[in-house]
Design a protein around this ligand. Sequence first.
Ligand SMILES: Cc1cc2nc3c(=O)[nH]c(=O)nc-3n(C[C@H](O)[C@H](O)[C@H](O)COP(=O)(O)OP(=O)(O)OC[C@H]3O[C@@H](n4cnc5c(N)ncnc54)[C@H](O)[C@@H]3O)c2cc1C
Length: 470
Amino acid sequence: MPQSLNRRNVRRYAAAIKAAQLGLQVTCVEKRGTLGGTCLNIGCIPSKALLHSSHLYEDAKDNFSKHGISIKGSVEVDLPAMMKHKSTSVSGLTKGIEGLFKKNKVTYVKGAGVVSSANEVSVNLMDGGEEKIRAKNIMIATGSEVATLPSVPIDEEVIVSSTGALKLDKVPETMVVIGGGVIGLEMGSVWRRLGSQVTVVEFLDRIIPGTDSEIANNFLKILKKQKMKFKLSTKVVSSSMKDGKVVLELEKTAGGSPETIEADVVLVATGRRPHTQGLGLDKAGIEMDDKGRIKVDSSYRTNLPNVYAIGDVIHGPMLAHKAEDEGLVAAEIIAGVGEGHINYDCIPNVIYTHPEVATVGRSEEQLKEAGVSFKKGIFPFGANSRARTNDVAGDVAQGMVKILTDKTTDRILGVHIVGPNAGELIAECVLAMEYGASAEDIARTCHAHPTLSEAVREAAMAAHDKPIHF
Ligand SMILES: Cc1cc2nc3c(=O)[nH]c(=O)nc-3n(C[C@H](O)[C@H](O)[C@H](O)COP(=O)(O)OP(=O)(O)OC[C@H]3O[C@@H](n4cnc5c(N)ncnc54)[C@H](O)[C@@H]3O)c2cc1C
């Protein structure tokens, strides 16, 4: 048998390309019909396309005039054209991966794969028939699927998952988003900007669980100012249809009398679960953990020799870049060129609203819980010249950079940003943390003026000693 990697199912096509570059003979099995997995087809890319387009619309409608740009007549949304732009972006990128596969000699098999043994994958081919692929190594990267709520059944028309919310054919007058996490707030922002009245119903007493709560509270205030409504500490009990609208019965988690809310469209955004069904994992004897994810060791090996798993289907945050990095490391391990590892404390997490939220490392709550003595440096974007100049809507200036450091060593332990371009600003902080930098290291590094990155530097100054401009 050749030294081969049979990569079933790929968003993390990157692992297939890397493995091929390292000299392995690679086959990638994908049942969707297009490459790129959730991220390119129904996740990161289409959602960011709509976030960007809807932001441009809102800016043109509400903010251009404040910059002295007048538009004769009204600014209108052409939803089919916006959706076409999204689809063109997606198809261009997925076809690009097919090109990269050809360039790197990765064989692409279209069909649904089942792990029939530690060295064999059976594929039900999309155009009929079955193919058995023998391989020395198998990497499972089957990703995740929408976690459903039995009381609110998804039909992808009026009760939608993120997938349906990416392709609505008209702007709903009213939308209820169930779940105040990343996907709910991103998709809720898209439709609010396009004209929907959006209400977010969240079980917890806060949004974006797991994120530093000071940042989450700040973000909540900004979203409320943008006229997104919130019902926190509230659970959805049931759903029904009345006159073409969805009626949800809600109850406060603390109890009390139920209330109802009506919406033209309901988005169920209560999370995602690992996709492990129909892969023959049971039969092949692959062990799962207590959360239904494939169990792997620190080298992404399952309990079966030469069967690996990466991405959303294993532990860790469900993020495209995390899955990609795991795929690259696992490919190197299989090719025998290293026992690389991933620093899970240095995986950035970004919410692509406006302003954005970006975090890396530990939150204030996590440090307190771990009993770590830390210092905190905060710098508000309201004191950053570039943010103030650009921000005519006033949302951005409410944001901040927060840096948490070890009290004794000054080493950076976490960075949390709510503000313009936070997703780009966090890269400097991730790199700093990977290199074990102190707040003083960032504070003494020259940052161009006038840039938003000066806010990061000033927060580092605040954590180390004192900021200049606040
Ligand atoms: C709306 C939305 C927005 C998102 N935005 C972001 C973002 O901005 N940034 C970010 O980092 N992450 C984002 N994510 C999460 C990101 O998409 C996932 O973390 C990432 O795609 C996981 O990669 P993966 O390779 O593990 O699996 P996936 O990308 O889910 O790929 C798995 C692939 O396996 C295929 N498959 C499954 N079973 C089989 C089988 N038996 N045979 C053959 N093929 C099979 C599936 O068709 C799929 O294409 C978003 C997700 C959603 C839903």
